[in-house]
Design a protein around this ligand. Sequence first.
Ligand SMILES: [Zn+2]
Length: 504
Amino acid sequence: MAVISREKKLAQTGHSSKPLLLIQAGIHSGEIDGKDAGLMLIRDLTVRGTSRKLLDGANLLFIPILNVDGHERSSIYNRINQKGPVEMGWRANGRFLNLNRDYGKLDTPEIQAVVKVMNRWQPDIYVDLHVSDGIDYQYDVTFGYNLKNAYSPAIAQWLESELRPAVSADLERMGHIPGPLVFAVDNRDASKGIQAGPSSLRFSHGYGDVCHVPTVLVENHSLKPYRQRVLGTYVLVESLMRVLAEKGEKLREAVRIDRGSRPPTIPISWESVPNPDRLIPFRGVASRVTDSPISGGKRVEWTGEKQEIMVPYFESAKPLASAQRPLAYWVPSAWEEIIERLELHGLKVELLSEPHEVTVDSWRINGYDLQKTAYEGRVPVRATTTIERRSVRYPSGSVRVSTDQPLGDLAILLLEPDSPESFFQWSFFLSVLQEHEYAEGYVLEPLAEKMLSQDARLKAEFEKKLVEEPEFRNSPRRRLYWFYERSPFFENQKRYYPVGRECQ
Ligand SMILES: [Zn+2]
């Protein structure tokens, strides 16, 4: 990472009164426009000096290639959808992980390093530079962020009302066609609309939103020439430095508001097919769909003819599920990789120097499903749970994570097991899902006899089940296990998600 500033001490101290822009290129190294644009701008900010005045108003941090392994795996045969450069890098890192899915789980050294940078430097704006795939349209530079219905409403408002008009005007003045992020509902037909619902925290801009760091995702259009895309990125970064210099104070106020807010309810998932909010103008390219003798289905051809149309805009996805904000979470010391990651994210945790007995809400796991395919080096898991209030002893080395901190929303999304972004669903807790002890039949037989002789209600229940459930009646194993489950020996076999939730 390059630190570009007129303040000599900045690199050592990390402190400055000037706003700070963090630009990250090459998270997907085939989409490398940002590396060349950033290097050109650094040249003009320093040795060439033509843009040096920009450093009077803002400082710049620049990561030219985040995914270095992907960058070195270059080939003329990567990125089949993209028009140049001639050789392109690769999406995944050396272990085939997509860095732009790793912001929550932090499995990769690359994203761990980025999160450290965000915590150390506290940038005013964080920008992640990409190149699109998908449909054809006229825009060459598209950019966006989570909107105000997600986790940072004040920041989103500033991005929409201050950043977008200023950056769009600068791009237009230099001959570019800026546009919103284009995630088409149907990749054959732009007229069906554009989705803009919240991105989740595994993605850079979703993570920035949850952490209350103003974060902009840039997607240059893959079907525009490389030179045009690089020049567009140059204009965009230059423009962002100017916007920060001029309007940075107001942005800092928005950040303060979002970091200070403690909403009682946090959405943890969003409906996937929202209703369109309104129509927006869209600068499209005409297409025709014809029969394909090759696939036997339909094929889309982009004609190149410009098409100005109005399309439905799917902006405000509704929360599908939410979590109530607890006071805190308790993480036992055995789960050190969870504790490490919480701290890496910048969450403040209280470390127990001696054991502590606490009444918490515990999630009892009644059943679970593993996803059938591997995903990002993990096997996603979902559980059905019930909440039980119980007293749990946390050994020294365990941590209490208060939600009354600027990153409290992040703690909720990472630790609620029903959250699709949780460590639980990223399969960090697979070992709690199995049984760890078993009971021999010859031990259960006399135990069952004793239980039946001492408890008439249990006996009646057992006999009723034998009559009513033939499958149970015909399974010696299930019949014995039924007594085991009802004995005090079974208590330790109950499966709980190890993280507890402290409520009022
Ligand atoms: Zn990308």
